[in-house]
Design a protein around this ligand. Structure first.
Ligand SMILES: Cc1ncc(COP(=O)(O)O)c(C=O)c1O
Length: 484
């Protein structure tokens, strides 16, 4: 946290906030297809069975197009609009210099080009593998998985292949009840039975419960440290010993690595496999299940199981090769190159000292914000995030009402060990002034009545949307809308 608020007083709430609403009466900004559609004759040398007779395309000028997308962006809330303290899901500001580097003409190489002609690209892969390995205390890192969740599945498949290779038939993965849903999903997707580990009264792993959950069937224990309550697993060395004693492996969900960056390393704690959520720990666009990156680090004994191709340095330069017992491919080529450029650039720009400073600020900011808000925080001491309880209020209503104060709300209703959870992670990017603004929004909402909360949001472009419908039945094209 930096106190760069100058001589200006700290803000109270953003009481006069109103989000832009581009609409004509009840009609929002029209779809492009509704703006000016015209049949376009298609004249092409391609054979008939590969072409259409005509194409309905919007005929719009460049300014019309630019205005359309600017209006849509103004009706949205993003990290470039204001604070976004989404616990665990972590939204971080992406410094623009990383975007410039990824957009440089030199970055536009085809991933299938001959190795001799892209030595610079492969060298950057190699360098980033090394950066990440050294940050995590791992021996080798693959950059192929396209998101944290995809990294988890990759790690689980590596563990599976490792056990199978050793002729060891293991069917269970142990996951604490405070873990992210993707941990359960990744284990189940790979065909394992999931053993849920109940948290102890202090919100951490309970060693007796762990003892009861572990057996000769345990392939893996998946652990987030600090966990999703922001609590450091103090017994981690003992936990690692217990898992290894039954022949299992220990997996680190790297979602919360920004709390430890430059200070402690999962590899040194006894973890065998880990993923890095580069959008949480460094700064890249969100993994979002696919378009980002979720590199996976492993110890030496697991290196031969990594996805193919992997990049390594030889006497003749850098090359892609197939690891001996590879699990196969988990994504195209060597991963999402343009996202990986941003990760490498961010790490290089911050350097050792900058990374250590980032973790200090992530923890300081969470603790400062927690001190300022009126909601109760049942578990601590926490690191980079905390989970407050909305108490008698409904956490989802609190979230909607916070939008009226011009800030994004925290993650709500998870983890379930906290009643009406408000899981909050301001991250290292915010300064004192913004944290005060966030705290003022929390506290304003804490004092409001149920009726006000249930009526919220009032100042946003759209009111309450059908969240379940949007997730389960998304309409991703104008054709789907037209068909309704
Ligand atoms: C603890 C934890 N693990 C894993 C994930 C999955 O990461 P990604 O969104 O990059 O797929 C998340 C996502 O927010 C998370 O919070």
């Amino acid at each position: 946290m930096s106190d760069d608020s100058g001589s200006e007083p700290s803000p109270d709430t953003r009481d006069g906030y109103d989000q832009a609403r581009w609409a004509d009466g009840d009609r929002y900004e029209p779809l492009l297809s509704e703006k000016n559609n015209r049949e376009v004759e298609v004249d092409t040398p391609l054979p008939d069975h590969l072409t259409r007779d005509s194409l309905e395309l919007p005929q719009l000028s460049e300014p019309e197009l630019a205005r359309h997308y600017t209006r849509l962006s103004q009706m949205n809330y993003g990290i470039d609009s204001g604070p976004f303290p989404l616990g665990s899901c972590t939204m971080k500001y992406n410094p623009k210099f990383t975007e410039d580097l990824a957009a440089a003409p030199e970055a536009g190489v085809h991933p299938d080009r001959d190795g001799d002609t892209i030595q610079g690209t492969l060298e950057l892969y190699g360098q980033l593998q090394e950066y990440l390995a050294s940050i995590g205390g791992m021996d080798t890192v693959t950059l192929q998985p396209p998101a944290g969740a995809a990294g988890e599945l990759t790690g689980v498949l590596i563990a599976q292949q490792f056990h199978e290779h050793n002729g060891d038939d293991r069917s269970e993965i142990v996951v604490p009840d405070s873990a992210h849903g993707t941990n359960f999903a990744s284990a189940a997707m790979a065909g394992f039975d999931v053993v849920e580990l109940p948290s102890g009264e202090d919100g951490r792993v309970d060693l007796d419960a762990l003892e009861a959950a572990l057996s000769e069937d345990t392939a893996l224990l998946m652990l987030t440290n600090p966990n999703t309550l922001g609590l450091f697993e103090r017994d981690i060395v003992e936990i690692a010993e217990m898992v290894h004693d039954v022949g299992g492996l220990l997996y680190y969900d790297g979602a919360n690595l920004n709390a430890l960056l430059g200070r402690a390393r999962p590899g040194d704690m006894g973890f065998d496999i880990m993923h890095y959520n580069v959008h949480k720990t460094f700064a890249t666009p969100h993994g979002g299940g696919g378009p980002g990156a979720g590199p996976v680090g492993v110890s030496d004994e697991l290196a031969s199981f990594l996805p193919t191709p992997h990049v390594r340095e030889t006497d003749d330069g850098f090359e892609r090769y197939e690891p001996e017992h590879t699990i196969g491919k988990v994504h195209g080529f060597c991963g999402n190159w343009l996202v990986l450029i941003k990760t490498a650039a961010y790490i290089a720009r911050l350097g050792d000292e900058g990374l250590v400073d980032a973790s200090a600020k992530a923890v300081l900011n969470a603790n400062y914000l927690a001190e300022q808000i009126e909601y109760e925080i049942p578990f601590g001491p926490f690191h980079h995030e905390f989970v407050a309880s909305a108490g008698d209020q409904d956490a989802a209503d609190v979230a909607k009402r916070m939008l009226d104060y011009g800030v994004h709300p925290p993650t709500t209703k998870w983890p379930e060990i906290v009643d009406e959870a408000l899981m909050t992670e301001p991250t290292e990017i915010e300064n004192k002034r913004t944290l005060d603004q966030l705290a003022a929004a929390f506290n304003a909402v804490a004092d409001e009545d149920e009726e006000t909360l249930e009526a919220a949001p009032n100042r946003t472009a759209s009111r309450r949307i059908d969240q379940v419908g949007a997730a389960r039945n998304p309409q991703l094209s104008w054709q789907a809308l037209d068909e309704e």
